[in-house]
Design a binder for this molecule. Structure first.
Ligand code: NAD
Length: 585
């Protein structure tokens, strides 16, 4: 992988150092400046920069002492936030003298960018700021002081949580040792650590300057951390809109650090993503999409396009595909994701129903909604759908395999044709979805989530629903196997197991072994039962979103589903006895 392919380079002199600045994209477009962290160089942005360059003028530079920028002499005192602000102003004077820039920072790039967006001398020069994994030292200082002054159990817990994550900061303050480690064993092992622990894809990153970058970068900590945390600036309010992207698996920073941020930022948009620290390398699609959307909304004069719904932070801008979304649980799920700001692909075999769901979803806040008509049991049609979705809308972030049908009646009255039909939709439909979209997710290498709608019937033997229950038990086991296989790729898999939910399923369920008149009568009875139970599909949708956020494996929904699951695990004999004694329909 050639890093920063096609970049134009220039040198910018400032305060006794020479900075290496790279540019991509059309300089006539809005300028996005990407600032790297520790122990990185500008190449950490290569994957994000390539994606943004199609729509923006992208500028990256090696921070003083890093990559191909020269280091200050002496090093001590050469990395203060004031000097780093001088560098930033020199760079934007060179690349965008007439228009404010959109700033993006990761790790220490974000720490210093907080300075750029909160000091008076940059006012009017920064149009927006996207921050990842790097708090303002002033905000951090106030956060610490507030908790030290009021050491409630919660505050002490938060202090201990962040304290444990900051072990390396204490080490970096010891003289000479970090430099020696980086130039020796630590520098040699770092690429393996990034790949194994941080799940950074292998390749040309990090660059050969790593040991020097890391040694010089220790002065970022030594020159700034203690003084700022001890006496943070009282006025550190942002003068531009800020988008905060928080990886939930960050080993170095607690999410709690940002609890008080609304007080410092008048226009704050929060995003969370299930990932580790090095987002620019591991989630470039998501990061680039969020930067693009935020920059575009700021330039259009709508800076604080806050994500809506309870899960907006997590799903804003993500691509979600729901099958069987024309009715019931699927429709409620598509609408819940739309409300959370996701881009939604509504799939159903019933074209009108899919179009209706899409029409209901559009006003809820989804940036884009598409309706697709597909029978999930049709292998070729699913292959065409997967290909169309990939090329037209992108790789799906969340896939909900929900389409399913009911079939009731004793085993001995169930024909081979009946079996084929229910397995084709309930099992093969899920298999096609997992196979086709799961492969795309894995190939992209940026994580994702698959939700399969099974049923409480999956853990409950039944003489009324042998075919349906078998299909759902297969979906449950498939989900468990897939979860084990895809975990290392950052792809979560959840099986949702609802009990009785008031949807159209009762009125479309086929009853075997009876004539049309009797089938009608049984349908009417089961519709009445579902109506009396009156459990709304919206609650299942809510459980689905929560399952994705928490990466839950098996999710019973409704009290009867919880009871069945407990009985199945601890006293399966009771469930068997109930199954035996249930009277025929
Ligand atoms: P529903 O009948 O209201 O909705 C199902 C939707 O799936 C319909 O829009 C239908 O057109 C679509 N569909 C059916 N076959 C399809 C196919 N081959 N290709 C594409 N779309 C197809 O039912 P629901 O209750 O919302 O069911 C959704 C899922 O939840 C199903 O898998 C069902 O088995 C499961 N489930 C439902 C309940 C319940 O009590 N309602 C309980 C447990 C599990």
């Amino acid at each position: 992988m050639a890093l920063l392919e096609g970049a134009r380079e220039r040198r910018v002199r400032t305060g006794g150092v020479e900075l290496c600045v790279a540019e991509l994209g059309d300089p006539g477009r809005p300028t996005v400046v990407l600032v790297h962290g520790y122990p990185d160089s500008k190449e950490v942005w290569s994957r994000v920069a390539a994606r943004l360059a199609e729509r923006f003028h992208v500028v990256l530079y090696d921070v003083r002492g890093h990559g191909r920028s020269s280091a200050p002499t002496p090093l001590r005192g050469g990395f203060t936030l004031e000097k780093l602000t001088d560098d930033f102003l020199a760079v934007i004077d060179a690349v965008s003298p007439d228009a404010p820039v959109h700033l993006v920072g990761h790790d220490w790039g974000s720490v210093q960018s907080w300075e750029f967006v909160t000091v008076a001398r940059t006012e009017g020069r920064v149009a927006s700021f996207t921050s990842m994994s790097g708090p303002s030292l002033d905000h951090f200082g106030h956060w610490l002081n507030r908790r030290l002054r009021r050491p409630t159990p919660r505050h002490v817990g938060q202090l201990l949580g962040q304290g444990a994550r900051s072990w390396y900061v204490y080490l970096l303050h010891t003289p000479a040792l970090p430099e020696r480690a980086w130039r020796g064993p630590l520098g040699a092992r770092w690429p393996r650590f990034l790949q194994r622990v941080e799940k950074v894809p292998g390749g040309a990153y990090p660059t050969s300057s790593l040991p020097t970058d890391a040694a010089h970068g220790t002065w970022l900590y030594r020159d700034n951390v203690r003084p700022r945390l001890r006496s943070p600036r009282p006025d550190a309010h942002a003068h531009a809109p800020v988008q905060l992207i928080t990886p939930q698996g960050d080993a170095f920073l607690s999410e709690r650090l940002y609890d008080d941020l609304d007080a410092w930022v008048p226009h704050l948009v929060r995003r969370t993503v299930p990932a580790r620290h090095w987002l620019p390398l591991t989630r470039p699609d998501q990061v680039a999409a969020w930067i693009d959307a935020f920059v575009t909304s700021v330039d259009a004069g709508r800076p604080a396009a806050r994500p809506t719904g309870a899960y907006g932070e997590r799903f804003g801008g993500q691509l979600v595909l729901v099958t069987g979304a024309g009715s019931g649980i699927g429709r409620a799920t598509a609408l819940a994701f739309a409300e959370a700001g996701a881009r939604v692909v509504v799939v159903d075999r019933d074209a009108e129903a899919a179009a209706r769901t899409a029409a209901l979803a559009r006003p809820l806040g989804a940036p884009e909604v598409w309706a697709e008509t597909v029978d999930v049991s049709d292998e070729q049609a699913m292959e065409r759908l997967a290909e169309k979705v990939r090329t037209a809308y992108g790789v799906v972030d969340v896939l909900v395999n929900n389409a399913g049908i009911g079939l009731a009646g004793p085993f001995l009255d169930t024909t081979a044709q009946d079996w084929r039909h229910v397995l084709d939709v309930n099992l093969w439909g899920v298999l096609h979805g997992c196979r086709l979209f799961g492969r795309q997710m894995a190939a992209r290498g940026q994580g994702g989530h698959i939700v399969n709608t099974a049923s409480a019937a999956a853990f409950q033997p039944s003489r009324l629903l042998p075919a349906y229950s078998t299909s759902k038990a297969a979906v449950l086991m498939l989900s468990e196997c897939l979860r084990a296989e895809l975990a290392e790729q950052g792809i979560g898999v959840s099986a949702i197991c609802p009990g009785l939910v008031n949807t159209n399923i009762a009125s479309t369920t086929r009853f075997t072994g009876v004539d049309a008149e009797e089938e009608k009568r049984r349908r009417r009875r089961s519709v009445r039962l579902y109506e009396l139970r009156a459990y709304p599909p919206e609650k299942v949708a809510d459980a689905i979103l929560r399952a994705v956020v928490r990466n839950e494996a098996v999710v019973p929904v409704t009290p009867e589903a919880h009871v069945s699951r407990l009985l199945a695990r601890f006293t399966p004999g009771i469930l068997r006895a109930i199954a035996r004694r249930t009277p025929p329909l």
